[in-house]
Design a protein around this ligand. Structure first.
Ligand SMILES: *Cc1c(COP(=O)(O)O)cnc(C)c1O
Length: 384
């Protein structure tokens, strides 16, 4: 990987050591140009006219995202963020009284809130599958729960926001397949940093955001729904794009675009397509290798410092590194890093409500392939 060229292609690299890629990564120039170019076109010739002129490029979005995750174009929906993409799939599932929803301790709180809401409205039951010894979902425990029957949905995140681990998504997929149970994967933190292939994973639905490791614009995301189950999922909201109005009734679209709305951030959609193409051209395997290596180097550097604790769990680890420094609040460390031109974040305990091992707050440094070893050293040197 030609890191020098990739950094030259990333305007932000000249200004800051950006270690907040799990928050929002720095977009590369082609993404920036796709967004600003379309905003300018809209301002120059009119929004509808600009969309008409860029019709093919907008249509290419579906191929670009499908290509990145091993899906088919008709299985992709463009949604304004990962939360809404996930919601459109989750709230489309026809839950019944007593249905079991299985999730993990590292679940994202927005998803946990949705489970509770559906549990209250439909009488479904939410159950947290125990962790294995390394902190990831326990596959034997999951298998035992599936064997008891009554499971309507297995739903978890691929990479939690806060503890550095990667869940065994494909092994979970095999178990769900064996038991014929729906599988929803929140891939918000994995798409763009790990090679994600929906057929290999075996998920029925997958949500992701644009701005994190994918390096797309803020306010963008997408949903994948397996072609065979699209007809079984009626989205909670439908507009005249998602369904055809045939007075006095309507017919939902046959493809995944039933999960979309007509009105959208078109410039963002073009930017997200550019981001997907950029990642695919670099190669997701290469990206994963470099992100994993940089994160391992940072953990080793942190672990060697007295008074610094690396909190990450999992046998398979992501580009998200969490740590604390004795006697210093995570927010203070974030401020100190900022003063040194380094962006890190503080993980928010309210984002991962079920986790029994979560500390009240930790510094989160999340690396991307365009970061350098020198930037990691700068962070280590800046820490109190
Ligand atoms: C960030 C995040 C989300 C939410 O994504 P948005 O694009 O902000 O809606 C969901 N799940 C996980 C695991 C995340 O890290």
């Amino acid at each position: 990987m030609d890191v020098g060229r990739l950094r030259a292609d990333t305007p932000g690299c000249a200004r800051v050591a950006h270690l907040n890629n799990a928050g929002a990564a720095l977009p590369p120039r082609p993404v920036l140009e796709a967004v600003t170019g379309h905003l300018e076109l809209e301002a120059t010739i009119g929004g509808y006219e600009a969309a008409e002129q860029e019709k093919d490029a907008i249509e290419h979005f579906y191929d670009a995202i499908a290509g990145l995750i091993g899906a088919r174009a008709d299985e992709i929906a463009y949604v304004e963020n990962a939360t809404r993409a996930w919601d459109m799939a989750f709230y489309a599932i026809p839950f019944a009284e007593g249905d079991r929803i299985l999730t993990t301790s590292g679940e994202y709180s927005s998803n946990a809130i949705a489970y509770r809401q559906v549990a209250a409205a439909k009488g479904a039951r939410v159950e947290v599958v125990p962790d294995g010894p390394d902190g990831a979902i326990s596959l034997p425990a999951l298998e035992a729960e599936l064997a008891k029957g009554g499971v309507r949905l297995v739903s978890l995140n691929h990479v939690p926001t806060h503890n550095g681990l990667v869940n065994p998504a494909a092994e979970v997929g095999r178990l769900c397949g064996d038991h014929g149970v729906l599988y929803l994967l929140d891939a918000c933190q994995s798409v763009g940093q790990l090679a994600v292939d929906v057929r290999e994973i075996g998920c029925d639905m997958l949500s992701a955001t644009g701005r994190k490791f994918l390096r797309g614009p803020r306010g963008t995301g997408f949903l994948y729904v397996r072609r065979e189950i699209v007809p079984t999922l009626e989205p909670p909201f439908l507009d005249l794009h998602a369904a055809a109005w045939r007075a006095p009734d309507y017919v939902p679209r046959p493809d995944a675009r039933r999960f979309e709305t007509w009105e959208r951030f078109v410039a963002g959609q073009l930017g997200l397509a550019a981001a997907a193409g950029y990642a695919a051209a670099l190669g997701m395997d290469e990206i994963e290798k470099r992100v994993t290596a940089l994160a391992a180097a940072l953990r080793a550097g942190l672990a060697a410092r007295p008074g610094t604790s690396v909190l990450d769990r999992g046998t398979h680890r992501s580009g998200i590194v969490t740590f604390t420094v004795d006697g210093h609040e995570p927010q203070a460390i974030r401020r100190i890093a900022r003063e040194h031109g380094i962006n890190v974040n503080v993980s928010n305990p309210a984002a991962h409500g079920y986790d029994p091992d979560a500390v009240p707050a930790a510094v989160r440094a999340s690396v991307h392939y365009y970061n350098t070893e020198e930037e990691l050293d700068r962070l280590l040197a800046a820490l109190p």
